[in-house]
Design a protein around this ligand. Sequence first.
Ligand code: NAD
Length: 311
Amino acid sequence: MTGGAGFIGSHLCDALHHSGFAVVCVDNFLTGSRTNIKHLLDAEHFELIEQDVNDKLAVDHEVDLVFHLASPASPADYLRHPIPTLTVGSIGTLSALELAKDRGARFVLASTSEVYGDPHQHPQTEAYWGNVNPVGPRSVYDEAKRFSEAATAAYRREYATDTAIVRIFNTFGPRMRTDDGRAVPAFITRALAGKPLQVAGDGHQSRSLCYVDDTVAGLLAVAGSSHPGPVNLGTQDERTVLDIAHCILSLTGSAAGIEFVALPEDDPVRRRPDTTLARQAFGWEPQTAVEDGLAATVTWFARQLAAGAAR
Ligand code: NAD
């Protein structure tokens, strides 16, 4: 798996390893961390290869499945690393596809709802081609992912590589970084510190937040099938950012309130997947209510902060 030391990747490593698979995690720790996988480092059937996925991948073992998750994913990260985001989406994806092709392995691309840009169709089905600004600041991520989808589709056509494209919508949960800039960790961190939550714009823009365990279950379902995708993974439970902020204030018991700040450029106004395909093809549906997922995430962040303070 590429990007296995990241937020989603580390949960996917856990799930695969727990199910008895031998897992090789390739990561250069650009945005991930060794801490996310430290409990696996000495385990049998787990190997960490610290390298840039853009370089040729040399794996000694048999390879049945290549999950390609390597890429900065939060806006703060890809705006901080614009060129590495473009290269990992392009060169890195070709490198991971080459590994799958050479080994006759199934290849699963972690793509994103960002390929839909600021969508004109709502909710977004897989057939929608998107509305992306090709030169805006977010284009380094959106266009890199669109390239990675095109490359994946081309390997399937050209070399009959067994590929799948999964379009992940906003996912949240334990192991997000406090400083990754996404709304959930930013809100929780500020709430736990007793600071007002900073909501962009008027907070009426919507997001559909899927708990990480559900996203991982969806990735495994797609990997275990022969479906080429693209397949949307996300929740139908669309909430305004303001709503999410209020929920976190209530879960943390914070009275610090909300402070409105400027909206970032090209911030999508609405996001909700149409997940009919995932439901019909794999029987997949998110099982975790947003409030329960947020409660588990708050607990995890509180523990991390307490452990950090005790150090
Ligand atoms: P993350 O930043 O936590 O994880 C990405 C991992 O990739 C990190 O461990 C990072 O060090 C690694 N990486 C980056 N460039 C690399 C390179 N050149 N070589 C080797 N490793 C490299 O992000 P995440 O939230 O876990 O996202 C994982 C994947 O899922 C990404 O591809 C992202 O685009 C996709 N995705 C995530 C979400 C979400 O809500 N989290 C939504 C849509 C799509």
